[in-house]
Design a protein around this ligand. Structure first.
Ligand code: LLP
Length: 411
């Protein structure tokens, strides 16, 4: 098996397992897929990479060079972006409880846009901005009442979300008053994010229409950011919408509404995370022991919930193969279990695989999003290395954690 013309077995020899592998061509293709199609003649557009899906210097360099903008949600993500000189004006800072320290850091660094999540945060920013005598560009995150689930969506109140502001609320009215009376708050527009791993384009259209409705209240062109959440293919049950269709549909929805209502937009943004990195990522493991129980055949791998918490946390499903045996008959129905002291540490249940031997390599697909970024040192597992491959070449993006690093902060 090869990824971008690099032998997976050779990667194991060079870097060991567990190993995260990213196909750079695939990453670039995904970024370009949005950048090329998410364009309008009526207003500016911007595609942000939601770096919570996978943040490290190398992926951010690629995003920067491709012309993506960036969504960060913590001082840590912002620090990582600034460490590679990500253009500050292309950074959006999200989060429902940004600390004074985080907000000050963002404001000191003149980052492009803060996405304000609630009324108290707005007061906090105004205070910090006043003290620093700086004007702060910001969007307000709206709770647009579109609650999207994986396959269906319901337009309901969803009033109790921890994120965002309801349009018909006292908080919203007060925010508008605060903005009117402040010379430090540079209000630019609105944001919404309705959920993740969504396949229903109508849910996004509904959210966009909600935002477009609010635009009518203003006499200057606004920036609207529709968030991310575009679904990807983990298994054959998943039917992602192609980039060009997502992009064109949203652009056309906005253009039609603007025309109908005779209003203008300054800019429309989207911020995909998962759909940029998920399918470009793989995780490689070595199979250790195998065991049969009355009802199950286990293959044990040298990683598990510490490098991929998603099956345990969300019952997420994945596909896998045994490297070099992809074309062999899949005679076994297997539970792939990790090595953590935790019964729920099962990466895949009911995987159809050929017979394996100890030492075989198991590869799981579509692990590029929320794998590394949600990894942990539970059981004092070492965080795996991350390698990028491109046209027959491989290079380390993050080296494997060492035992010394594991305890270096301990007194
Ligand atoms: N924008 C905002 C404001 C978000 O909260 C998120 C994700 C995104 C963009 C990117 O969404 P994406 O395109 O990646 O779906 N850990 C979970 C996913 C949590 C998503 C959180 N917010 C998982 O592994 O499925």
């Amino acid at each position: 098996m090869k990824i971008s013309n690099v032998s997976v077995k050779a990667l194991k020899e060079k870097y060991g397992t567990p190993l995260y592998i990213y196909d750079v061509n695939h990453l670039k293709k995904n970024m370009e897929g949005y950048l090329k199609n998410f364009k309008s003649l009526e207003f500016k557009t911007e595609v942000l990479y939601a770096s919570k899906a996978f943040s490290c210097k190398e992926i951010l360099r690629i995003a920067k060079n491709e012309g993506m903008s960036l969504d960060v949600v913590s001082k840590g993500e912002l620090y990582t972006a600034l460490s590679i000189d990500f253009p500050k004006d292309r950074i959006y800072f999200h989060g429902n409880n940004k600390t004074v320290d985080e907000l000050s850091y963002a404001i000191d660094n003149n980052i492009g846009m803060i996405v304000v999540d609630n009324l108290m945060e707005l007061y906090e920013i105004e205070e910090i901005a006043k003290e620093k005598e700086k004007k702060v560009n910001f969007l307000i995150r709206m709770n647009v009442g579109v609650e999207a689930h994986t396959h269906k969506f319901i337009v309901t109140s969803h009033v109790d979300s921890k994120f965002g502001v309801l349009y018909d609320s006292c908080d919203y009215k007060e925010m508008m008053e605060v903005i009117k009376n402040s010379s430090y708050l540079n209000f630019k527009g609105f944001h919404s994010h309705i959920g993740s791993q969504i396949f229903d384009l109508d849910a996004f259209k509904a959210a966009l229409e909600k935002l477009l409705n609010i635009v009518k209240d203003f006499d200057f062109p606004l920036v609207l950011n529709l968030g991310g959440g575009f679904g990807v293919h983990y298994t054959n049950d998943d039917k992602p919408i192609p980039f060009d269709i997502v992009s064109r549909t949203l652009i056309e929805t906005a253009e039609a509404a603007l025309k109908k209502n005779n209003i203008k937009l300054e800019k429309l943004c989207i911020e995909p995370g998962r759909s940029i990195v998920a399918e470009a990522g793989y995780t490689l493991y070595t199979i250790g022991y195998m065991k049969k129980t009355p009802n199950k055949q286990y293959y044990f791998i040298d990683g598990g919930m510490t490098d991929n918490i998603r099956p345990a946390l969300y019952q997420a499903k994945y596909d896998c193969d045994i490297v070099g045996k992809e074309n062999q008959e899949k005679t076994e129905v297997v539970t792939i279990a990790g090595k953590c002291c935790e019964s729920g540490d099962l990466i895949i249940e009911g995987a159809h695989l050929p017979k394996a031997e100890k030492g075989d390599l198991l590869i799981t697909y579509t692990t590029g999003a929320y794998g590394y970024s949600m990894s942990s040192n539970y059981n004092k597992a070492l965080t795996p290395a991350v390698v990028f491959v491109e046209d027959g070449k491989d290079y380390l993006a993050i080296r494997r954690q060492t035992l010394d690093e594991l305890i270096e902060r301990e007194v």
